[in-house]
Structure formats: structure tokens, C-alpha cells
Design a binder for this molecule. Structure first.
Ligand code: PEP
Ligand code: MN
Length: 371
């Protein structure tokens, strides 16, 4: 059961104390408090875990600090929707709103290689009105002898260049909790010129200790990739690990499933799950066409498979697109063959806009039909 308190409830006030005391005295019930911090207000949610069947929900709803009480299913306690239309969806980070109602493109380098390439990328993004990017500093590689990313050495110039070109959020994968500290320290040392969204890659979706460590910090939001060989339910439970530790600012990313049935694509594109995720959870949904498709193959209509896959996710209502670009793909140290070219950036963004407009038109049509 979930008890939602009135917005901005002061925990020193009598109303809160009485409510908290009552809930804590309930037999065989574990009480867990969770804060949802928005720009305007903070919501306090209290989860009642255990033998809740016999609880008097109507009485709990009358406790002084309580706004409403929701019955929740076992799965995805914090991140699930639980058939409650009023549940808070999305979050704000570094001046950018992430929700299930809007869309941001995170175009950038799969792996940071040189400061020159980082600058070319950031400049192109600014010229095209973008405020978000992806920049890989810590790369999980299949082969131990492959380039593993520049790690913390590249963070100062990546952050400073982001600041120079007004980039507000960088999606950056971490594979160890030390990386989170290195990022936080470098943001501090460089004076927070930008923000970072921590990315958990598909190889770490079920690295529970990493998820717990990332969930314990609440400064940086998280982009969690779907595990490439596990069920959707297992990946959503992984997301819940982050939330249960205290960080519910999570975006869920579809990136294709590992199976030879997806060939000739690198993975089996799974973007039909965008609406499923929005129905089941409160998380904004990201698609990663680059790691799904994995090549620059083109269909006879002239559009790259990468463009087609992106459109499929966007027309299904995706809220974020994570996509690899590179100024000189032949020199890229990771995933060059799937990178889009700088001159394709305006085209790509226009294609996304057209598709998003079509999605919004579809939503209006359905709304009108049901009025
Ligand atoms: C990436 O986005 O750079 C990446 C390694 O993706 P994934 O974890 O989906 O393979
Ligand atoms: Mn990659």
C-alpha cells in the first residue's frame, strides 16, 4: 500500500508526526519513506510493506498529513503506475524536464577519443539547438584488449566543452561505483558547467550492487538500459533497485535484444515496447537505435535502417533518443560503423521532428474520438 502525503509536508509538523507514528505502530508492517523532489514541490510517499490486506485504507486516508492512499501491486512499487492516473511522472534535472510527454535527443560520441572530436560534436549540437548529448568515458568491452575509454582523464575537458556549448545533460555510462564519485568530483572541480545522467549499460542491468550504489545517490538521474538477454519484467525489477534505494529519477532505455533472429541488425529492435513501458511504469522511455541496428545500411527508399528504427520508436511515443554520431567514424575507437555523420545531424533531427509531430497528431485523433 502506498500513502501519499500532501505536497511539501513539513516533517516537523504535528500532522506528519501523528501520521508517521500511527503508521509505524501498525503490526507486521514495514514502513518506508520516499521523497519525490520536483522543481516546485517535494512529495513524500510512504510505502507500507508486509501484511497490508487487513489495513483500514479509508481510515489511513483520514490521517492528518495524508492526501490519498493507493493499493499497489507487488511489482515495481516505486516506479510502477499502479492504475493511479495522478501519480507523479518524470523529473527535472539541470533545467531540463524529462517525462512521458516530451522528447529529447541525446546525440553524441559512443566513446570520447579526442578533445577535438568532443568539441566538433558539442558545437554541432549547439548549432542545431540541442542541449543534451552522450559521451562515453568508461566503456565496457567484450575484448579485454580493446580500448576501455579514457575514464576520468577526459572528464574535465568533456565537462568544460559541454559548458562552453550550453549542453545541459550528458548521458555517460558507469560500470563501477567509483566512476560515480569521479564524475561528482570532476563536476565539483570544474564548477558544474553541465549535468550528467548516469548510464547503466545492458551488461550491467542486473549488477545489483552497482544499481544499489547508484540508487543511493540522488544528485544524478539514471538511464538504465534493458538487459539484452533477460525478460522485460527482470529489467524493470532492476530499475526498481535504483528507486528502492532512493533514486527514482530513472529513464528506461530499449536497445534491442541479443538474438540471431535480429540479423542482419546487431540486435532485435524492441521499440514496440515503448507504449508497454509507459503503461506499466512512470519512467520516461528512451530508445537507442545505434546499439539496436548497429550499422549504416540503407533501404531502397534512401533512409538508413537507423532512421527507420528511430522513427519506429518515436512514433510509438519514445521520450528520449540515444544515438551515436562521430565527426570521423573511420577514426572512432568504438562503434564507428554505426555512427551517424555530422552532416546527417540536421536531417536526423528533422526526421525525428516529423515523426514526433505524427505521434502527437495520432494522440489528438484518439482523444477526439473518445470525447
Ligand atoms: C552504449 O550505449 O555505449 C552501450 C555500450 O550500450 P549497451 O549497454 O546498450 O550495449
Ligand atoms: Mn557503443
Amino acid at each position: 500500500m502506498l500513502v501519499i502525503l500532501h505536497p511539501n509536508t513539513d516533517e516537523n509538523a504535528n500532522e506528519f508526526q501523528q501520521t508517521w507514528h500511527y503508521l509505524n505502530e501498525l503490526p507486521n508492517i514495514e514502513v518506508r519513506k520516499h521523497h519525490v523532489k520536483g522543481e516546485q514541490q517535494t512529495l513524500t510517499e510512504i510505502y507500507l510493506i508486509g501484511d497490508t490486506a487487513k489495513l483500514n485504507r479509508d481510515f489511513i486516508a483520514t490521517l492528518p498529513a495524508v492526501e490519498r492512499v493507493i493499493k499497489i501491486s507487488e511489482a515495481y512499487r516505486v516506479l510502477g503506475r499502479h492504475s493511479d492516473k495522478m501519480r507523479h511522472v518524470g523529473f527535472d534535472y539541470n533545467g531540463i524536464r524529462f517525462s512521458q510527454d516530451n522528447l529529447h535527443v541525446f546525440a553524441g560520441l559512443c566513446a570520447v577519443d579526442t578533445p577535438e572530436h568532443v568539441e566538433l560534436m558539442m558545437r554541432a549540437l549547439k548549432e542545431n539547438g540541442q542541449q543534451c548529448t552522450r559521451m562515453g568515458a568508461y566503456k565496457p568491452r567484450t575484448n579485454p584488449y580493446s580500448f576501455q575509454g579514457h575514464g576520468k582523464a577526459c572528464l574535465p575537458y568533456v565537462f568544460e566543452l559541454a559548458g562552453k556549448y550550453d549542453i545541459k545533460v550528458i548521458a555517460m555510462e558507469v560500470t563501477h561505483e567509483n566512476h560515480v564519485n569521479e564524475i561528482l568530483e570532476c563536476l565539483e572541480q570544474t564548477g558544474h558547467p553541465t549535468g550528467v545522467m548516469l548510464q547503466v549499460g545492458t551488461r550491467n542491468t542486473q549488477n545489483f550492487e552497482l544499481l544499489k550504489a547508484i540508487g543511493r545517490q540522488q544528485e544524478l538521474p539514471v538511464l538504465l538500459k534493458r538487459g539484452f538477454g533477460i525478460t522485460l519484467d527482470e529489467s524493470l525489477n532492476a530499475a526498481e533497485y535504483l528507486a528502492s534505494e532512493g533514486n527514482a529519477n530513472v529513464i528506461f532505455c530499449l536497445r534491442g535484444m541479443k538474438t540471431s533472429f535480429g540479423e542482419p541488425h546487431r540486435n532485435m529492435v524492441d521499440f514496440t515496447h515503448v507504449p508497454v513501458l509507459k503503461r506499466l511504469t512512470r519512467m520516461p522511455v528512451c530508445i537507442d537505435p545505434s546499439h539496436s541496428v548497429g550499422s549504416r545500411e540503407k533501404s531502397p527508399d534512401g533512409l538508413l535502417d537507423l532512421f527507420h528504427a528511430t522513427a519506429q520508436g518515436v512514433i510509438a511515443g519514445a521520450n528520449m533518443v540515444l544515438v551515436d554520431f562521430h565527426p570521423e567514424p573511420s577514426k572512432a575507437l568504438v562503434d564507428g560503423p554505426q555512427a551517424l555523420l555530422m552532416e546527417e545531424l540536421p536531417l536526423f533531427l528533422e526526421d525525428v521532428r516529423i515523426t514526433r509531430a505524427a505521434y502527437e497528431k495520432r494522440c489528438r485523433l484518439i482523444k477526439k474520438g473518445s470525447e
